[in-house]
Design a protein around this ligand. Structure first.
Ligand code: ADP
Ligand code: MG
Length: 419
């Protein structure tokens, strides 16, 4: 069983080699991501199998070249090239009768693979494996038969056994590996696509829902304005309301754009304390209404690089949520801390809090527990702005106790110059 053992060892090396190629491919290493690199792997497999052939007495060589030939020919469409390579490599081993036999066999094979490749990719994955194994078996059979006739050797059980089992086994295993990896990749792509579609769908729903409300209201007021006998002061009041509604619609679009295009456009140095004070100022009336007491604890300095508008918008959204989580009053603590490389911002409320499940959904487009009052866009915008600022967010929340948002941003270098 010398030939069989030799083949089995060769096959195990080949499979281990291919296994590592696939693992690297899965990890997305660039050099393995092109079809070209897989062609290259095929040639390496071919060369090594021919290099480490089993030499029988009488000059016959037995090797596993059928495996790279079938796999390359059917899966990569390089059958003619591989067949050509076999002939060339064989030529280097000597231009004897063996070389001409090889050429006589491999030239028709090249033609066969050239015709088969387009058909092969059209059939179903499972059938592809069976088909590849069958092609391997037939080529093996012709090879041993040819050897019997040409070398007029007595029936040699070992050669027959080796040729009829090992190449087919190898082709089966490798074809299975290829189909497996292919399916994984396809599934990954599909998942990414559905996720994107879903996000776009949800955004579309959120946008149309949110914009329709103010537009309907504005249309109503415009209709009222058409009344010729409307007193002047009423006209003014209605016009103000129309403007307010249109601005609400504009805000929703702005939110959407911030989400869709998270890239920061105008980078500047931001004084974190000043920006937060500005956000608090905007929301103070709302806090008063809800009997929320805001306390601040700012570190002396703290600068980051970012877009002022978006930074403010981010914290207005977070603070607004915090206030809204305390409809019957509470405390809101806003603090900053700065160290060598980071500026940390903490916003803690004593509001309704969130369950684990709710916490996981935080930031999903259109996720809101506020019914018609909420847009479910605020936190999504917050996450995308923080991402664009290279920051991070940590949220701790306990139902009924409150929520704490901890932000971290890289501090800008001039922090020290300003100090
Ligand atoms: P909206 O405020 O329009 O509902 P957001 O995206 O701003 O949308 O917030 C999504 C949801 O996250 C809110 O509906 C609320 O359930 C939850 N949430 C956000 N911040 C807090 C908070 N500070 N305390 C409790 N729940 C919060
Ligand atoms: Mg909100």
């Amino acid at each position: 069983m010398e030939i069989t053992t030799h083949f089995l060892i060769n096959l195990s090396f080949l499979i281990v080699f291919l296994f590592f190629c696939f693992v690297f491919h899965e990890k997305g290493r660039n050099f393995l991501n092109s079809k070209l690199s897989f062609n290259f792997i095929c040639y390496i497999a071919l060369w090594s199998s021919m290099q480490f052939a089993y030499h029988a007495d009488g000059g016959a060589r037995y090797d596993l070249r059928i495996i790279p030939l079938v796999i390359g020919g059917l899966y990569l469409g390089i059958g003619p090239l591989i067949a050509g390579a076999v002939i060339i490599i064989r030529a280097f081993l000597g231009l004897d009768s063996g070389f001409y036999e090889t050429a006589a066999f491999y030239i028709p094979l090249a033609f066969f693979f050239w015709r088969q490749y387009p058909r092969f990719s059209a059939i179903r994955p499972k059938k592809r494996i069976i088909y590849a194994v069958t092609v391997g078996l037939v080529i093996s059979l012709i090879t041993v038969l040819g050897m019997e006739f040409i070398h007029t050797r007595i029936f040699w059980l070992d050669a027959w056994f080796a040729f009829l089992t090992i190449p087919a086994l190898g082709i089966g295993i490798i074809a299975y590996m290829i189909e497996f990896v292919r399916r994984n990749i396809q599934m990954k792509h599909q998942l990414i696509k559905t996720e994107k579609l879903q996000a776009v769908e949800q955004m579309g729903a959120a946008i149309s829902h949110e914009i329709r409300n103010p537009l309907t209201a504005a249309t109503g007021f415009v209709q009222l304005l058409q009344d010729d006998y409307l007193p002047k002061y009423k006209q003014k009041e209605y016009l103000a309301l129309v403007k307010e509604e249109l601005m609400a619609a504009e805000r929703v679009i702005q939110d959407y754009l911030t989400f869709a295009k998270p890239s920061i456009t105008s980078m500047e140095e931001l004084n974190v304390k000043a920006e937060l004070l500005q956000a608090i100022k905007i929301l103070q009336p709302m806090a008063n209404q809800n009997s929320v007491e805001i306390t601040t604890d700012f570190s002396a300095v703290g600068f980051i690089q970012g877009d002022q508008q978006k930074f403010r918008q981010c914290f207005v959204n977070v603070i607004k949520n915090a206030i809204e989580s305390m409809p019957s009053g509470g405390y809101l603590k806003i603090g900053t801390e700065f160290s060598k490389n980071t500026v940390a911002i903490e916003i803690a409320d004593t509001g309704v809090g969130m369950t684990k499940n709710q916490l996981e959904k935080l930031g999903e487009p259109y996720y809101s527990t506020k019914g018609s009052k909420g847009t479910g866009l605020g936190m999504m915008v917050v996450f995308s702005i923080v991402r664009a600022l290279n920051g991070s967010i940590k949220v701790d929340s306990e139902l009924g106790k409150g929520t704490r948002f901890s932000f971290k941003f890289p501090s800008s270098r001039s922090t020290y110059l300003n100090k």
